[in-house]
Ligand binder design. Structure first.
Ligand SMILES: Cc1ncc(COP(=O)(O)O)c(C=O)c1O
Length: 366
C-alpha cells in the first residue's frame, strides 16, 4: 500500500483556480461605489425585508427540509410544477449538485469560452474534466458546442443571458441544441439574469419539452438578495429526485426560505427593477458609445465595455478606482480588454460614464 505523508485531496481539486469575487473596497477610500458584482442597486422588496425581520424570532427552530412553501410560491408565480423545483444555497449550489450528481472522473463538462467560472470549478470539484468551447463574438455558439460533444460529455452549461458578456442565445438555437444533444447529456440553462429580459421564461419551456434540460435561477440578482444566498432549479422529476438525494436536508435556513418567498411574491418590485435597469443600461451604453467605448447590446444588469486593449482597460480601471468606483476586470474570462460595469443607481451610472469620458477625452487631448 502507498504510504502518504499527508492527506491527499481528490483528483482535480488542486487544479481549481479560486473564484474571484468582485472587489468591495478600495484601500484608503471611505465611500467607494461597488459596480463589480451585479448587485441590484434598489435592493430587495420591502416585503422581503419585513420577512427577514420576522424570521429573527424563529432562530431557535430548525428549518423545514422540503422547502414546500417556497417551491409552491415559485411554482405559482412562474406557472411551474413545484414538484419539479429544487432550492439551494444560491444557484451556485444547484450547479454544484448537477456536477456532483452527473459527472465524475473521466467525464467531460462543457462550458463556453467566456462562461461563468463556477461551471469549471464545480466540474473539477466533482473530479470531471471541464471542456472549454469557443464563442462567436462573445456569444454562445451552439454549433461549436455540438462539435465538442463526445461519449464522455455529461453536462453542458450555458448562461442565458450570459455573464460577463451580457449576450443571449435565441430559443431556436437552444431548441436545436437540446434536440441534437445525446439524451444522456444534461443541458443546463442558467437563468441568473433571466428576469432582466421582459417576458423571457429563462428556458422553462425547454425544460418542459426535453427531459434532460435543467434551468437554474437565483434570488441574488433582480431580487437583490445576493447576501442571503438562495437559488433554485427546475427540471424533470427524475433529475430533481437525483439532486435531492445529495442536497443537505437543512441547506436553506428558515430566514432564507421566508425571505425568498416574500420576494418572489412581490413581482411589482421585480418589474420596477427591470424597468429601471433597462432605462439606465440604455443610457450607459449610449454614453459609452459616444465616448468611443463599444459594448454588445446587454440583456442583463451590466454592460461589458470594450477598450482598445488590456492596457487601456487597466488604465480606465485605475482611473475609476482613483475616483472611488469599482468595476470588474474580466481578464480571467478571456476578456482582458473589457471591463464589466454593473448598472448601479443613477448617480453611479452617470459618474462612471463621466469618468470614462474624461479618461477618453484626456487621451484625445493629450
Ligand atoms: C451566470 C451566473 N450564474 C450563477 C450565478 C450564481 O449566483 P448565486 O449563487 O448567487 O445564485 C451567477 C452569479 O454571479 C452568475 O453570474
Amino acid at each position: 500500500m502507498t504510504k502518504h505523508t499527508r492527506p491527499v485531496p481528490q483528483p482535480g481539486i488542486m487544479d481549481i483556480e479560486l473564484y474571484q469575487g468582485g472587489a468591495a473596497k478600495i484601500d484608503g477610500v471611505a465611500n467607494s461605489v461597488k459596480l463589480s458584482s451585479n448587485e441590484n442597486p434598489l435592493g430587495p422588496s420591502e416585503a422581503a425585508i419585513k420577512a427577514y425581520g420576522r424570521a429573527g424570532h424563529e432562530l431557535h427552530r430548525y428549518p423545514n427540509t422540503d422547502h414546500k412553501s417556497l417551491r409552491a410560491a415559485i411554482g405559482e408565480v412562474h406557472g411551474l410544477d413545484p414538484d419539479r423545483i429544487i432550492c439551494g444555497v444560491g444557484s451556485d449550489e444547484i450547479i454544484s449538485f448537477l456536477c456532483q450528481a452527473y459527472a465524475g472522473p473521466r467525464d467531460e463538462v462543457i462550458y463556453t469560452e467566456h462562461g461563468f467560472s463556477m461551471y469549471k470549478i464545480s466540474a473539477r470539484a466533482a473530479g470531471a474534466t471541464p471542456v472549454c468551447v469557443p464563442e462567436l463574438d462573445r456569444t454562445v455558439d451552439v454549433a461549436q458546442i455540438l462539435k465538442a460533444v463526445t461519449k464522455k460529455t455529461r453536462l453542458v452549461f450555458i448562461a442565458n443571458p450570459a455573464n460577463p458578456t451580457s449576450t443571449m442565445v435565441g430559443k431556436k438555437a437552444l431548441t436545436h441544441l437540446a434536440k441534437e444533444l445525446p439524451d444522456n447529456v444534461v443541458l443546463v440553462l442558467d437563468g441568473a439574469y433571466a428576469e432582466y429580459v421582459d417576458g423571457f421564461d429563462g428556458g422553462a419551456s425547454l425544460v418542459g419539452q426535453f427531459p434532460n434540460v435543467v434551468m437554474t435561477r437565483t434570488f441574488s440578482k433582480i431580487y437583490g438578495l445576493g447576501g442571503l444566498r438562495i437559488g433554485w432549479g427546475y427540471a424533470s422529476k427524475e433529475i430533481i429526485d437525483v439532486l435531492n438525494r445529495i442536497r443537505g436536508p437543512f441547506n436553506l435556513s428558515t430566514t432564507q426560505l421566508d425571505v425568498a418567498e416574500a420576494a418572489v411574491r412581490d413581482q411589482a418590485h421585480v418589474e420596477k427593477c427591470r424597468n429601471e435597469n433597462a432605462r439606465l443600461r440604455t443610457w450607459l451604453a449610449e454614453a459609452l458609445a459616444e465616448h468611443g467605448v463599444p459594448s454588445d447590446t446587454s440583456c442583463a444588469n451590466f454592460v461589458l465595455a470594450r477598450f482598445h486593449d488590456e492596457d487601456e482597460a487597466s488604465a480606465v480601471d485605475e482611473h475609476l478606482k482613483a475616483q472611488g468606483i469599482i468595476v470588474r476586470k474580466v481578464g480571467g474570462y478571456g476578456l482582458p480588454h473589457c471591463l464589466r460595469i454593473t448598472i448601479g443607481d443613477e448617480p453611479s451610472v452617470r459618474r462612471v460614464a463621466h469618468l470614462i469620458g474624461e479618461f477618453k477625452g484626456s487621451l484625445r487631448d493629450g
